[in-house]
Write a new protein. Structure first.
Length: 212
């Protein structure tokens, strides 16, 4: 119909959402999750470490526990890298390009440009968790054990206890079920998946085990 055709034409003219992943592109898994959430949305995905060799990536390990970031490379290999190093790359990428941009990470980054066209999932996730759970126990699935204290501290507030369970994105079904069972034993009132690399499969595993 005319309305539907007009809507499709408008989507075709729409500026693509720039998506910045903390590792490297391509990331078809991330694009698939975005497409499932917002069908028809045009995205242009870039990586903070695009063009880097595996040796260069290995040369930026975390400097301390709170500096650890988890990412999946296009090869499927997982890496743990320095958040400080990624932040410096993001600063350059955001300075060189304008337009709507999604930072594809649920971690909080300090020192990035403050612009109304940049979406920080950490702010969205934390705001939603705060609104849904004014008091109670918040369960957080995290990729790395060394992130537990930092990510718990970011979400801890008066009246809210934070518990965490490690689940590496890209894990098999058995690991997903195990993590979900460990979280269920902690009896959270609300649970969140705190990494952009988690998928609908991870969420289904949590849904099947949790009653919150």
């Amino acid at each position: 119909d005319m309305e539907g055709g007009g809507s499709r034409a408008a989507r075709g003219r729409m500026t693509a959402l720039r998506v910045l992943v903390i590792g490297q592109s391509p990331r078809p898994d991330v694009e698939a999750e975005i497409a499932a959430a917002v069908p028809g949305l045009r995205v242009a995905l870039h990586g903070a470490l695009d063009g880097w060799t595996r040796e260069e990536i290995a040369a930026i390990p975390p400097e301390y526990d709170a500096d650890a970031l988890f990412s999946i490379l296009p090869s499927g290999e997982t890496v743990v890298i320095s958040k400080n190093a990624v932040t410096r790359r993001f600063v350059k990428l955001l300075r060189d390009a304008k337009g709507p941009t999604l930072i594809a990470c649920t971690g909080a980054f300090h020192g990035l440009p403050e612009r109304p066209d940049i979406v920080f999932p950490s702010a969205v996730l934390n705001g939603l968790a705060s609104a849904l759970l004014p008091r109670g126990r918040l369960g957080v699935f995290i990729p790395l054990a060394e992130q537990a204290e930092t990510l718990s501290a970011e979400r801890r507030r008066p009246g809210v206890e934070v518990v965490s369970v490690v689940l590496r994105p890209g894990s098999d079904d058995a690991a997903r079920r195990d993590a979900a069972a460990r979280m269920a034993a902690l009896k959270p009132d609300l649970a969140i998946l705190d990494c952009f690399s988690y998928t609908r499969a991870d969420k289904r595993a949590a849904d099947s085990a949790l009653s919150c």
